[in-house]
Design a protein around this ligand. Sequence first.
Ligand SMILES: [Zn+2]
Length: 144
Amino acid sequence: MSATTSVAASEARRPQPTPDPDSQGFWDATASGELRICRCRECRTWMHPPQEVCPQCANEVSFEPVPGTGIVYSFIIVRHPAVEGFEVPYVIAVTELDGTDGIRLSTRLVDVDPERVWIGMPVRVRIVDHPGGDFRVPVFAPAE
Ligand SMILES: [Zn+2]
């Protein structure tokens, strides 16, 4: 088995997202290549994770597009292969999304040397195929 085949076989065993009625809109958006975040239709509060109704005013929510840029709010470098399907080391970051009044999304950083990630680093979303299933997921890479 070549190294490439081995990596592909490992990636195919990645844990998969498990959408529920609250998060389905998020996954529908990523399936079409967009990052959308849950927002109240009435008081305009952003929320993540998505909620069934607005926790502020109990009105309906919908998923609205966001710019897809932000900054690294916090991060860890994963060096131990605790989750199957990811080659270590890799970076899990909490990104603070532009245009959302401070909504933070836990995500993976790609195309960056883990030792060169810094708090406040500008990043931009990419919606990528998630091996092992039919999902597309948001990851972030350093912004130009
Ligand atoms: Zn509201």
